[in-house]
Design a binder for this molecule. Structure first.
Ligand code: NAD
Length: 454
């Protein structure tokens, strides 16, 4: 089995070395082909997402397809500029020479993706790989088999295997691929598997991008506009039934507004998802029984303030708010990744800073406040991947911002130009003059600037 993966890798390396992918017009053509194939298969992908996660067409478009169409268009528009060597300043010590940065495609990249946004999180890295001039082997998630099968078929129909290949499979497949000497690995998934990937990459010193998870705090300060905060948090937390890497994981609410805010949040849940969410046929399911059992286990870790209904046969869990949760409970030890939202209260900003610092670096952090000083204090004193002030998740939707974690929530970033950068090595080149020479740099220098006689 792994022998055939080795052959696949070699075939892609040969194709990469042929130089075909270096041509920017080739890259643009492939991006256009990709967009066309996604559009042609939009219905099939939507149906597969419904089967795997009960995603509605609206949610599938908003969070998967729509994001990709605009990412491809942006990339096509700008890639000719991105590939150009950039001239940068040269110091006086290097007088006579010029300095350039040449973006160089890494080569053959291995892209491993998760199940929660199975289309977006497989194709978005591929857009970066194509733009940068790389070849790619893609390993989608085995937990969303219908979507992975449609993706595999679509990509096999669109690209030659020597350029973009899809290998379906589970941990065993992933492990076999990770043993090979890829030129770059782009991994999206859990912190635990991120460590496995990093260890595998270390064997070959392969450059890696790790897009991991973590617990993203959401802070509602005393001066926050509570109506809009409640609306946006209800949307961001319960979209995809909370199975979003940047979903608010837990709330930190200022003591003086906690009661009012929670009432508004409950109203918003009812408004957006229905009085009885179990009757909302568009509410996504939990991906499998293992995750269902893990999530329902968290219900014991606090007082259920709202929700709590769970139906195993349908893998349905109602949006649930947990109060009186202990920081040492299981729900606060692990990334929740489901529709359960623990709530804590605080009195001072310093308390917030200390609570967040005690835990691993979050992938995202959200703060609702009207106070600039509070905003600066939190944004500058805490380490996290990225986030929003007065919103949740929305920072992920702009191609102008790098998206990625820091420390235990990941390394590297992508989206827009950052995706191109993620798959490129910036090669620094000094173009030296042969018209003059500085003797001072040489051993036994006599000094002075000399013109070279021709
Ligand atoms: P996962 O880490 O279990 O799996 C991700 C991929 O790795 C899958 O393709 C899987 O087959 C493979 N894999 C699983 N175990 C492996 C192993 N031992 N060795 C090698 N490969 C292995 O993650 P998941 O459950 O699919 O996704 C959920 C996690 O992903 C959450 O932690 C979430 O926060 C994170 N995530 C992060 C982002 C991001 O952009 N930062 C986006 C989505 C999900």
């Amino acid at each position: 089995m792994s022998k055939s993966y080795e052959n696949l890798l070699q075939m892609q390396k040969d194709y990469f070395y042929s130089g075909v992918t270096h041509d920017v017009n080739f890259r643009i053509k492939q991006l256009k082909k990709l967009k066309k194939a996604l559009k042609a298969n939009e219905k099939k992908l939507s149906e597969a997402l419904r089967k795997d996660l009960n995603k509605s067409d609206f949610e599938a478009y908003l969070t998967e397809m729509g994001v990709l169409y605009s990412e491809i268009s942006e990339t096509i528009k700008h890639v000719k500029g991105w590939v150009k060597p950039r001239k940068v300043k040269t110091p006086m010590t290097h007088v006579g020479s010029d300095s350039y940065i040449y973006p160089q495609p890494y080569g053959v990249s291995l892209i491993i993706s998760p199940w929660n946004y199975p289309v977006q999180l497989t194709i978005a890295p591929l857009i970066g790989a194509i733009a940068a001039g790389c070849c790619a082997v893609i390993k989608p998630s085995e937990l969303t088999p219908h979507t992975s099968a449609v993706l595999a078929h679509l990509l096999q129909q669109t690209f030659e295997e020597q350029y973009v290949a899809v290998v379906e499979g589970d941990v065993e497949t992933s492990t076999a691929l990770l043993a090979l000497n890829f030129d770059h690995i782009f991994f999206t998934g859990s912190v635990a598997v991120g460590k496995v990937v990093m260890e595998a990459a270390a064997k070959h010193l392969t450059p890696i991008t790790l897009e991991l998870g973590g617990k993203s705090p959401t802070i509602i300060h005393e001066d926050a506009k509570l109506d809009i905060a409640a609306k946006r948090i209800a949307w961001g937390k319960f979209t995809n039934a909370g199975q979003t890497c940047v979903a608010p994981d837990y709330l930190l609410v200022h003591k003086s507004v906690k009661e009012t805010f929670l009432k508004k949040l409950i109203e918003q849940i009812k408004d957006q998802f229905g009085e009885d969410v179990s009757r909302n046929s568009d509410f996504p399911m939990v991906v499998n029984e293992r995750h269902f059992d893990r999530l329902t286990g968290y219900m014991q870790d606090g007082t259920i303030l709202y929700g709590g209904n769970a139906i195993r046969e349908r893998r349905f869990i109602e949006p649930t708010i947990l109060d009186h949760v202990s920081w040492d409970s299981k729900v606060m030890e692990e990334e929740i990744f489901g529709p359960i939202l623990p709530v804590f209260e605080y009195e001072t900003e310093q308390e917030v800073i200390e609570m967040v610092r005690k835990r691993p670096n979050p992938l995202a952090l959200y703060l609702f406040t009207e106070n600039k000083k509070t905003e600066q204090n939190i944004v500058t004193h805490l380490s996290f991947g990225g986030g929003c002030i007065n919103d949740v998740i929305y920072h992920v939707g702009t191609s102008q911002l790098p998206f990625g974690g820091v420390g235990s929530s990941g390394m590297g970033a992508y989206h827009g130009k950052y995706s191109f950068d993620a798959f490129s090595h910036d090669k620094g080149i000094l173009h030296q003059s042969t018209k003059m020479d500085i003797p001072l740099r040489y051993h036994k220098a006599k000094g002075g600037l000399k013109l070279i006689k021709r």
